[in-house]
Design a protein around this ligand. Structure first.
Ligand SMILES: *[C@@H]1O[C@H](CO)[C@@H](O)[C@H](O)[C@H]1NC(C)=O
Ligand SMILES: *[C@@H]1O[C@H](CO)[C@@H](O)[C@H](O)[C@H]1NC(C)=O
Ligand SMILES: *[C@@H]1O[C@H](CO)[C@@H](O)[C@H](O)[C@H]1NC(C)=O
Ligand SMILES: *[C@@H]1O[C@H](CO)[C@@H](O)[C@H](O)[C@H]1NC(C)=O
Ligand SMILES: *[C@@H]1O[C@H](CO)[C@@H](O)[C@H](O)[C@H]1NC(C)=O
Length: 482
């Protein structure tokens, strides 16, 4: 071996290097965990784009000990990698570990990849959450009149961004925020886990989100969004922990997701009262498929209540819900304006529900007292078919608005098994118009039964939406990290 022929000088050098390495090793011991040397890992995902450049959060001083703040490391990493936007794009790899961080912003042509056993822990230091202005379509924050804390993972005015992983997990550590909310101690609206604003071509996939301070995933004023393979878990009594809220967005596809939460599993929105009306940006061309939802106090899918910019062309299919208050619920009120139209729902399997169908025309919360009570919402073309439900307290509670009926409601091929302790009258309907076909128990008189032959009346559109034609590429990489 070369060592045998080594000069005394080289031997001395070797000793110094060995000592330095030892010192480095000892200094590297943090929280009882020895730092390993560089390791090479390979990883792969399917994405809307693959990236030419890869770096690890450890290249930017990130420490995955669950105690050290990595907010600066994440922001430095994104800022550095943003240089590659026009050179094939870049991605940030987060290895296994517990990465404490406050809010940070992403960049365009960028992927954030969370390896298996990578856990992002949301900071509980308020200084790590910058405050943004209220959303123009809401006029104020949801929790407080003023601004809102920036979401943990935030992006605005971006294009081509992926947040994905091998079931990496993001823990919002929400109880800190829920307590402040309950005590009325919030100066600003709580942050979300992921928010994209004014962005285009976004993918969020294969992640687990835990205990969000408030909503989990909020794309707003954005288009071409794919959300797939997301697991969202929050205590069923936690406040406003909605799962996924597409808000004034076009061309959105949400699929293969599992949500247990304290509020609606999916809430489709488009701004609030006079602010939403003047902003005027609807949510449209939305597909929701293969969703499993558990939400005892809320809906599997809610349309509204903030729908003042309009909601149109929503297609929901293969929805499973267990122990959930209602299936697809419409929430609106006088003063909202806007519309909910061309809604298509098929193949729902529901177990233990309060209401299968619920439409509410007097959902009271208003942004302020300046709403126009004559701004009436148009609710029209609401289609449900092929639904099986069991252990249901009430089949339907459909309440339109006096002088502004909800019209063209179509319900077909629905079998509802009532609970032993069900309400005596299974359907109550006011200010609604439409038809039913092959529905049991017998619907209300405002939705007359047309007989079995009319089942096709509430059919799903045959033409797919453009978001359904998105094809994902397989991207494979190797990365070195500490
Ligand atoms: C999600 O993970 C599964 C299993 O590893 C993989 O087959 C799939 O391509 C991934 N999909 C996306 C959209 O990330
Ligand atoms: C983002 O885009 C919106 C809408 O086009 C614009 O009003 C806003 O100024 C942009 N913000 C930034 C930070 O570029
Ligand atoms: C993903 O991670 C979550 C939380 O760490 C865990 O509950 C879940 O079982 C994991 N799922 C898979 C498929 O590994
Ligand atoms: C039926 O629903 C009730 C609540 O309404 C619940 O307590 C009961 O366990 C459910 N039964 C079954 C068989 O799921
Ligand atoms: C009615 O719904 C059931 C359950 O979803 C389905 O299996 C059946 O094919 C539907 N019938 C028609 C005529 O579409």
């Amino acid at each position: 071996m070369e060592l045998l022929g080594m000069s005394p000088m080289r031997t001395k050098m070797t000793r110094i290097v060995t000592v330095l390495l030892l010192v480095g090793f000892i200094l590297g011991v943090r929280g009882g965990e020895a730092r390993k040397g560089k390791v090479t890992e390979s990883f792969a995902y399917t994405g809307i784009s693959c990236r030419r450049h890869t770096a690890s959060i450890t290249d930017f001083g990130g420490v995955g000990d669950g105690k050290t703040s990595n907010t600066k490391a994440f922001q430095d990493a994104v800022n550095h990698l943003s240089k590659y936007a026009s050179d094939g794009g870049a991605q940030l790899y987060v290895p296994a570990g517990k990465w404490l961080t406050g809010s940070f912003s992403l960049t365009s042509h960028f992927t954030l990849y969370l390896q298996k056993h990578a856990l992002l822990l949301a900071s509980q230091d308020m200084k790590e959450w910058p405050v943004l202005k209220p959303l123009p379509s809401y006029g104020r924050g949801r929790d407080a009149a003023g601004g809102r804390f920036t979401s943990l993972i935030y992006g605005t005015n971006l294009t081509d961004v992926i947040v994905t992983g091998a079931n990496g997990t993001i823990d919002g550590q929400g109880s800190f925020w829920w307590q402040k909310f309950h005590k009325g101690k919030l100066k600003y609206t709580r942050p979300y886990i992921i928010e994209f604003m004014y962005s285009d071509t976004i993918q969020i996939s294969n992640l687990t989100l835990l205990n969000s301070p408030s909503w989990n995933v909020h794309p707003v004023y954005s288009s071409n969004i794919l959300i797939k393979g997301i697991k969202i878990l929050a205590p069923v009594k936690s406040p406003n922990t909605d799962g996924i809220n597409p808000d004034s967005c076009t061309n959105v596809r949400i699929e293969d997701s599992y949500i247990v939460s304290g509020d609606d599993c999916i809430a489709v929105k488009s701004g609030w009262d006079e602010y939403g009306i003047s902003f005027g940006m609807p949510t449209k061309q939305l597909v929701i498929r293969r969703l499993t939802c558990i939400s005892p106090y809320s809906a599997a899918i809610a349309l509204g209540s903030e729908m003042s910019g309009g909601i149109q062309d929503v297609r929901a299919e293969d929805i499973t819900s267990v122990h959930t208050e209602s299936g697809v619920r419409i929430k609106t009120a006088r003063g909202r304006g806007g519309f909910v139209k061309d809604i298509f729902v098929r193949r729902m399997s529901l177990h233990t529900m309060k209401w299968v169908f619920w439409m509410t025309g007097n959902y009271k919360q208003h942004a302020d007292n300046h709403y126009d009570p004559n701004a009436l919402p148009v609710i029209q073309g609401i289609n449900y078919r092929d639904i099986v439900a069991n252990n249901v307290s009430m089949a339907a509670r459909l309440e339109g608005i006096e002088g502004d009926p909800f019209t063209q409601i179509c319900i077909a091929n629905v079998t509802i098994g009532m609970a032993a302790k069900a309400k005596k009258v299974p359907w109550t309907c006011t200010d609604v118009e439409g038809i039913t076909s092959g529905v049991s128990p017998r619907p209300c008189d405002l939705l007359p039964d047309q007989g079995q032959k009319k089942i096709a009346a509430c059919d799903f559109p045959a033409e797919p939406l453009s978001i359904d034609r998105v094809v994902l590429k397989t991207c494979t990489y190797r990365v070195n990290h500490m």
